[in-house]
Design a protein around this ligand. Sequence first.
Ligand SMILES: NC(=O)c1ccc[n+]([C@@H]2O[C@H](COP(=O)([O-])OP(=O)(O)OC[C@H]3O[C@@H](n4cnc5c(N)ncnc54)[C@H](OP(=O)(O)O)[C@@H]3O)[C@@H](O)[C@H]2O)c1
Length: 279
Amino acid sequence: MRIAILGAGGQLGRALARRLPCWGHEPLALAEGKWDVADPRIIAHLVDLAPDGIINAAAMTNVDGCERDPATAFRVNGLGAEHGARAAAELGVPLVHVSTDYVFDGVTSIPYPEDAATNPLSVYGASKLDGERRALAAYPSTQVVRTAWLYGLGGRHFVGRIMELADERGALRVVTNEVGNPTFADDLADAIGQLIPHPVGGIFHLMNEGYVSRYEFARAILAASGRAHIPVTPAENFPRVARPPAFAPLANTRAAALGIRLRPWQAALAAYLTLAEGL
Ligand SMILES: NC(=O)c1ccc[n+]([C@@H]2O[C@H](COP(=O)([O-])OP(=O)(O)OC[C@H]3O[C@@H](n4cnc5c(N)ncnc54)[C@H](OP(=O)(O)O)[C@@H]3O)[C@@H](O)[C@H]2O)c1
């Protein structure tokens, strides 16, 4: 399939461009200029391009920035999702729209299945939920793929930040009361490459298996990157503009039923660090 990637310059977008050929797809990496998802003219541009599938990985992902500028957040994450879906509907081709664990409030004791009730705590989460709803309303065949705690080659993310801070400061404080699924962007891209040919729409949860607190994850990053000697102090609260969900691991039931599941997060982290070291 020739697959258009919206937001191709982002960390997931780049992972998709690298990994889709492994699943027999030809990626069309679309970023910037006329590929602004918030501009309704993108629908006609996509229809002219006539891909066999679309993956919308474009988003305003700066969570605190969304809190400060809700209008832009909803334009990109909400309306932008609808534009992708309207193009896919017009073409009659598969659409994967990428979303987030931030649609949940994190007040639960077990991982969220795909049909769990949503209740975003932040503008980012609310705008992404708006995007899910708009995409499914415009094109019910949309595959909404929720993921979490993404990191990938060339991106700015928690894994890289922990290593940078460890080297700069020699000691860290990391929160214990935020729990989720760290997910390697390449693994997510592989799963999306497998999911997109399935003629089944709705919500899917795709993330590396297993969940941890930010504190435990930071310790694992330090251990796996040769920095186990760096002390990490557990913390309860960090001043943040936007409130993240406290306990928001996702459960993959629907994609797993199709045989699509990602490896455990520990194995994914090791694979990422090996790849990143080789660059
Ligand atoms: N990062 C995470 O931890 C995480 C967790 C759960 C879910 N997600 C979701 O996963 C998807 C991919 O995220 P990511 O980590 O790859 O984020 P990212 O690195 O920030 O990539 C998003 C890309 O979208 C682009 N973009 C922003 N506004 C746009 C617009 N109006 N039109 C077209 N492109 C636009 C960005 O360009 P600029 O950089 O030039 O603005 C960027 O290249 C998003 O849907 C995100 O909500 C991410």
